[in-house]
Design a protein around this ligand. Structure first.
Ligand SMILES: [Zn+2]
Length: 250
């Protein structure tokens, strides 16, 4: 992130300055209108601007984009008053910046089209994942988060606020320093299993009926389809061209 603040990401105008030959005359990959600078890519690009606007509109805030990235961060920092909300607010900032960067790279290397809505949706999923992995016991799923990020954001803030009010655990016998015997989890024996499964990891087809019972997480990366097939290798090892027909007929 510091590299972005310093303007050090090798965006195309930078590469041009250093004499590196780049395609499309250094134009921004997202809008293909203007030269790609750090300021353009993360603040002023029309596509990126729509992404920021969508997020900021959810919070009913008015964003007048400052001239440079550093001032934009200052603006961001000055927006949320509640300190309990701040970690989430900043997480959303970095989630959006990181998603913009990944989408831009995807365009550079894969030359696939990208829309502001796509960047926004990807950013939401990413922020949701970050939120759930930072605050492990958040009582919402990724899909609930995507549907209402503001509500989930304030929910996690209020939970954290409540937690901060709780004192340390006083174990029976007014013992605050060590956990008495009998309160530890046994290390032997089978663990308690509630229901059939808590989670399934793998290729699970999302069907309407299943989505009534479980929450499906969305794939982070693009999946490729590949096939693993056994090779029948019972031919003579010194067989040359004449065997090809035989193989084809198998
Ligand atoms: Zn652009």
């Amino acid at each position: 992130m510091w590299k972005v603040v310093q303007g050090r990401i090798p965006s195309f105008s930078e590469l041009l300055k250093r004499g590196v030959k780049v395609p499309s005359a250094g134009k921004c990959f997202l809008c293909s209108m203007l030269v790609e600078t750090v300021e353009h890519l993360f603040c002023h690009c029309s596509m990126v601007w729509r992404v920021w606007q969508k997020w900021v509109n959810l919070w009913k805030l008015n964003l007048v984009m400052p001239g440079d990235f550093k001032s934009f961060m200052w603006w961001w920092n000055s927006q949320i008053i509640s300190s309990a909300q701040k970690p989430f607010w900043w997480m959303s900032f970095f989630g959006i910046v990181w998603t913009i960067w990944l989408c831009r790279n995807d365009l550079v290397f894969n030359l696939k089209g990208c829309k502001a809505d796509t960047i926004f949706d990807l950013a939401l999923v990413r922020i949701g994942f970050w939120c759930k992995s930072k605050w492990l016991d958040m009582p919402f799923s990724i899909s609930e988060f995507v549907r209402n990020p503001i509500l989930c954001g304030s929910l996690q803030a209020s939970i954290r606020r409540q937690r901060a009010k709780l004192g340390p655990i006083i174990w029976p016998g007014d013992n605050a320093d060590s956990v008495p015997k009998g309160w530890e989890f046994p290390t032997e024996g089978k663990r308690l299993k509630i229901g059939n499964y808590d989670a399934v990891v793998g290729d699970v087809t999302i069907v309407a009926n299943r989505s009534l019972f479980v929450d499906f997480t969305l794939p982070y990366t693009e999946s490729g389809v590949s096939m693993l097939v056994p090779i029948r290798d019972n031919k003579k090892k010194n067989a040359l061209v004449e065997n090809n027909e035989e193989v084809a007929n198998d």
